[in-house]
Design a protein around this ligand. Structure first.
Ligand code: BG6
Length: 480
């Protein structure tokens, strides 16, 4: 008998990101963000861009738009449709919706003397509408929405001036929404910088002498910026919780070969060091050694060390999609990033090669809990798949099977006494893929009729999983 332990106030819901859903990329005074630069082209690697891939001149942009489709400029037009879209989530009984705020809507240029009123007005209305529909908003302050000027004029997060601009942006949001929003995530997936470097820290590969250093420096500066917001919220006595967010990259060793076991340990520490800093308040010895051995002379000021020590964060937000497996055969050179993952023969993978492993969720959450004992939010989980619309619905049993298994794994964690306070299914309404720019890598309970090139009616349809998740929420997981 599977005893279900979800607490009564469990935050069932979903998560979206401004750049993947809103569209309206140049409306109401919005500036250009890095995600607006990505054309849909299956052959193009957008994770590392050169400065020649971008220009802030609107005219130049408009010209380029004619040469291809830039999906994140258009999203699913949520900027104009959010009122209707939120009704679907209300119908499913969502208790929470995690959103992000597009930085370039609030501060469209490097001049921060005054925020863009129209940008703020959009989020005022959106947040109120979320609450009106019975959901608690959770805010991610930065979810791959670095304004282009940060990259063009400052070279991205490696520049400490970016900390100041982000602090102004973050304080603007905290001052305005602290009474309506309790949970805040300063940076989406702070540890994913080695996989999505450009979107994470905004450094152009040709604009730095040492790309590796720019990533680690960028992440350090993001941790400082997060601590500054935590400090500010504490000083202002705002009743908020500020969390650290990781994309889970926990890896299994391929086998008991001690070299593989140590490789997995080192790989996992590269994941953990972010939360070691953000929860324990200091850089652990193993990562200082790693920096030294890899000639990564990161500028860590004494004042910043103090700040990190005195302002540890409150909760752990995790996005979990897959587990990884590492092997020395595959990753001879581990010196500069995560070890690359090998296909695990014991588990299936999605068409995008993402290993489907609900037990991996139990494994990683247990490891995080044993290490930190911080409350956990599942900030993202879900299955990206090709869906087929037939008779105005999608029979997405595969998505139900995936989510059901992961929720059961979550319940196993609850049985161990792990404090998990919410579950946000990624992209509850179909949106643009972060990594591939595809519309057709769908995660939603609601199908949106738009294809990879932007064609379609934009109409919304309830999938089979819509009714399944609605029932999960209504029964507080008892139907699992
Ligand atoms: C997470 C990101 O890493 O994964 C989301 O926070 C993203 O922005 C999600 O959409 C799924 O990845 P993808 O590439 O399938 O959209």
């Amino acid at each position: 008998m599977n005893k279900i332990l979800f607490p009564n106030d469990f935050l069932w819901g979903g998560a979206i990101a401004a750049n993947q859903i809103e569209g309206a990329w140049n409306e109401d005074g919005k500036g250009i963000g890095l995600s607006d630069l990505f054309i849909y082209n299956p052959d193009k690697d957008n994770s590392k861009l050169h400065s020649s891939d971008m220009t802030s001149k609107q005219v130049e942009f408009a010209k380029r738009d004619k040469q291809g489709y830039y999906p994140k400029r258009h999203g699913i037009d949520f900027y104009h449709t959010y009122k209707d879209d939120l009704k679907y989530l209300k119908e499913m009984g969502f208790k929470t919706l995690r959103i992000s705020i597009n930085w370039a809507r609030i501060y469209p240029t490097i001049n921060t003397s005054h925020p863009n009123d129209l940008g703020l007005k959009f989020y005022d209305d959106l947040i109120d509408e979320i609450i009106k529909n019975g959901m608690e908003p959770i805010i991610t302050i930065l979810h791959y929405e670095i304004p282009l000027y940060i990259t063009e004029e400052l070279g991205g997060w490696q520049n400490k001036k970016t900390i100041e601009l982000y602090e102004i942006f973050g304080k603007t949001l905290l001052d305005r929404y602290h009474s309506k929003v309790k949970y805040w995530i300063p940076i989406n997936q702070i540890n994913l910088v080695h996989i999505e470097p450009f979107l994470s820290v905004g450094t152009c590969i040709d604009k730095t002498d040492n790309y590796e250093l720019s990533k680690f420096q960028g992440v350090h500066n993001q941790m400082v910026a997060s601590a500054l917001l935590k400090k500010y919220a504490t000083e202002q006595k705002y009743n908020v919780k500020i969390g650290s967010m990781l994309a889970d990259l926990t890896a299994y060793p391929e086998n008991a070969n001690p070299d593989n076991v140590l490789l997995a340990l080192k790989h996992n520490r590269l994941n953990y060091y972010h939360t070691d800093v953000q929860f324990r308040g200091e850089y652990p010895g193993y990562i200082r050694r790693y920096f030294e051995e890899n000639n990564l002379s990161i500028e860590i000021l004494e004042s910043e060390e103090k700040l990190l020590k005195n302002n540890v964060l409150d909760f752990l937000a995790i996005s979990y999609y897959f587990s990884q497996m590492v092997s020395v055969d595959q990753s001879k050179d581990f010196s500069t990033s995560y070890a690359s993952s090998k296909k695990n023969p014991f588990i299936d993978a999605t068409p995008w090669g993402w290993a489907i492993d609900p037990k991996g969720l139990y494994n990683c959450l247990s490891c995080y809990w044993d290490r930190y004992q911080k409350p956990i939010l599942i900030a993202e989980n879900g299955l990206g798949m090709h869906d087929e619309l037939v008779n105005e619905t999608v029979n997405d049993d595969y998505r139900i099977v995936y989510l059901q298994a992961h929720l059961i794994a979550l319940n196993e964690c609850l049985k161990d006494g792990i404090d998990i306070f919410g579950f946000c299914a990624w992209g509850p309404i179909d949106l643009v893929s972060a990594s591939t720019q595809e519309m057709e890598k769908r995660y939603g309970f609601i199908f949106v009729d738009i294809d990879n090139e932007g064609n379609g009616t934009k109409k919304r349809y309830r999938k089979k999983s819509f009714y399944w998740y609605k029932n999960v929420i209504a029964t507080n997981g008892a139907c699992l």
